[in-house]
Structures are given as C-alpha cells and as structure tokens.
Design a protein around this ligand. Structure first.
Ligand code: BJW
Ligand code: ZN
Length: 304
C-alpha cells in the first residue's frame, strides 16, 4: 500500500509542539518493526502455522505444548536477528539522545530499538525481550541473556525436513535446500518435529524446569522495575507535554492505558498508524494528531 503524503499543516503544528516539549513519551507497538519485516500480532501476519500468535503467547500454551511454543519463539528470535532496525528506530534513538525527558515505552520484544542504540535508560521494555531466557518455575529466579540461534540444536529451523505425506512440502524443502535457504516454518505445510522436553532449553540452576522466553504473556505481571519507572515518569509533578503512539492497536493493557494517563497529565496525543481505525481507547480529542502511514517513513519526518 502506498504511504499517503503527510499533511503539511499537521506536520508544522506537530513540529511546533515538539520543539517546546520537555517531557515526552512514546508508546511503541509491532507496527514500528513491520517495515523491518517482522509480522504484527493482530491482522494480516498474525497467524503462525494456523495458530493465532496471541494464543501462543500464554503460560497455558507453554504448559500444554512447550515444543510448539519454543518453535514459535525460536522462529521469532531467528527472524528478529535477521531483521535490521528501520529509520523510525534510529529517529527515536536520536530523539532520546537529544531530549533527556523522553521515554519510550516499548511493547516490542524484537531487540531492534536496542540495536539502533536507543539509550537503555530511556527505553522501558514493557513486555520483556526475546533475547532473555528465564526459568519457567516461579520459585526459581534464574535468567540469562541469550542470542544463540537456534536456542538449542533440536530447534534448528529445517533446511530439508521432509514430510513424506506431502509432495508440496518435499518440493519446497528441496528448493530451499538448493538455494541454501531456511524453510518458512511459519507455513503450516512445512513439517516441524515435536521435540522431547529433555531437548528443550533447561534451567541450569534448579535443574528441574525448562527455560522459557523472557517475555510477558497474558495474565502475567509486567516487570516491577519497568512499571515503577513508567509510574515515576507519569506521576511526576512536571506533567507530560506529548505522547507519540506508534504502530500499536492499543488493545493490550496496561500499555494502552498509558495513553489516557499521559493525557490526564496534560499530554497532547499523536498517533502514527497504517490503520486510521486504531485510535486511543478513549477516542480522539481536540489537539490530537493522526498521521496515517508506515512508521518507518512517518516517524523520521515527525522527529526531524
Ligand atoms: C503499522 C504498520 C506500519 C502495521 N506502520 N503502523 C484492563 C482491562 C482489560 C484487560 C486487562 C486490563 N489490564 C490487564 C488486562 C489483561 C491483559 C489484557 O490487556 N488483555 C486485553 C486483551 C484486553 N493484560 C495482561 O495480561 C498484561 N498483564 C497484566 O496486566 O498483569 C496484571 C493483570 C493480569 C491479569 C488481569 C489483570 C491484571 C500482560 C500483557 C502481555 C502482552 N503480551 C504480548 C505477547 C508478548 C510476547 C510475544 O511477543 O510473543 O505482547 S500480546 C501482544 O500484544 C504482544 C504485543 O506487545 C501486544 C500489543 O500488540 P501491538 O504491538 O499493538 O500489535 P498489534 O498487532 O495489535 O498492532 C499493530 C499495529 O500496527 C496495528 O494498529 C497496525 O495497524 C499497525 N501497523 N504496520 C505503522 N508499517
Ligand atoms: Zn530454574
């Protein structure tokens, strides 16, 4: 889809407000990384091997089928490591360096803001990161940073796995192998093995439980230190001048609630989204901006 041109009047008014703003929030969602080639959760691309991505992002899914959930996250880690930060990640990192009162609240777990060298103390990872592993037991505090791809050998993405029942899968496997490419295991036609628990990542501390991705699943609390940092920023007497909401459907809480909390502290709201239907939960208010288009194009224009 072609990116619509940005309204010059709205852009001028946004620039005038940003130039006077001292305390600014950005709420980041999956649309920020869409141009880097990473799928979003809701809408097109939200299916993985016919599973709704959201249904795999739960403690219940991991308990029921750790092999399937680890395949999903191993694949997402691989894709994120192959992807590159886009101009929006770099523009946000640049604004953070210029404006000490700027905080990014990222729902993304892909590590692209970090790779764009976003200052870490101005980046709050609301939903964790794919590149931390932690013990699946709440009673064990083991966690580690881990960029190994595949995360364990058994999770290697097949380059020639052949499902003897499917000619199409066999042809795809052979073609991918010829080109030295990975198969697209997000495609349900490509067979993946069910991996025995002993071959999945193991906790080296308690030696009793699996490791799991260090992300926040539905029903789990966000990291306490991150929640505190966000609350301290929002509750400060100095108020908030602006919140920029980028590439999120704003349907998941507490993240989505930060838009209205910022508004209550005086912030004007600027939304950047491909889809004009994805509005803040409380709807639109006088003085809000909506820039429709690809975040990778629009955000660098806004932050120039
Ligand atoms: C573009 C674009 C381009 C596309 N350019 N734009 C209050 C009310 C009701 C429920 C709750 C509540 N408080 C808590 C809850 C429960 C629950 C919740 O929110 N449920 C909702 C479904 C209603 N929240 C939780 O459980 C949270 N925990 C919690 O609150 O603990 C305390 C508690 C527990 C239980 C009860 C009450 C309190 C935890 C939430 C964890 C979310 N985890 C996930 C998975 C992370 C791991 C992983 O990545 O696998 O986080 S779910 C998934 O959604 C992921 C995302 O970060 C998150 C948000 O998605 P996002 O980024 O918005 O993506 P999309 O796909 O939805 O949208 C993409 C957007 O981009 C679209 O708008 C496109 O148009 C746009 N776009 N291309 C610009 N190029
Ligand atoms: Zn453990």
């Amino acid at each position: 889809m072609a990116t619509p041109s940005i309204d010059k009047h709205a852009l001028d008014s946004f620039h005038a407000h940003l130039s006077q703003s001292k305390r600014v929030l950005a709420l980041l969602g999956a649309g920020l990384s869409a141009s880097s080639g990473l799928p979003t959760f809701r809408g097109a691309g939200g299916l993985w091997r016919s599973h709704d991505s959201i249904s795999l992002a739960t403690p219940e899914a991991f308990a029921a089928d750790p092999s399937l959930v680890w395949h999903f996250y191993n694949y997402r880690r691989h894709m994120a490591l192959q992807a590159q930060p886009n101009p929006a990640h770099y523009a946000l990192a640049e604004l953070a360096r210029k404006l000490p009162g700027f905080q990014c609240l990222s729902q993304n777990v892909d590590g692209l803001s970090q790779r764009a060298e976003h200052p870490p103390d101005q980046l709050q990872l609301l939903h964790g990161t794919l590149f931390e592993l932690k013990c699946a037991s709440r009673r064990c505090d083991y966690h580690e940073t881990n960029f190994t791809d595949p995360v364990v050998p058994a999770l290697a993405i097949p380059t020639g796995g052949v499902d003897p029942t499917s000619n199409e899968a066999r042809r795809e496997a052979a073609a991918a192998q010829d080109k030295g490419q990975d198969l697209d295991i997000s495609d349900v036609k490509v067979p993946i093995p069910s991996i025995s628990t002993k071959d999945l990542p193991q906790c080296p501390k308690c030696n009793a439980h699996l490791l799991r991705p260090g992300v926040v699943w539905f029903g789990e609390s966000l990291p306490a230190s991150v929640l505190k940092n966000v609350d301290d920023f929002i509750d400060a007497d100095a108020g908030i001048d602006l919140i920029i909401v980028i590439g999120t459907s704003a349907k998941v809480y507490p993240a989505a609630g930060y838009i209205d909390e910022a508004r209550e502290k005086g912030a004007r709201v600027c939304v950047v989204n491909m889809d004009t239907n994805d509005a803040p939960a409380s709807g639109w208010a006088e003085g809000d901006w909506l820039f429709q288009g690809d975040a990778a194009t629009v955000v660098p224009e806004l932050l120039k």
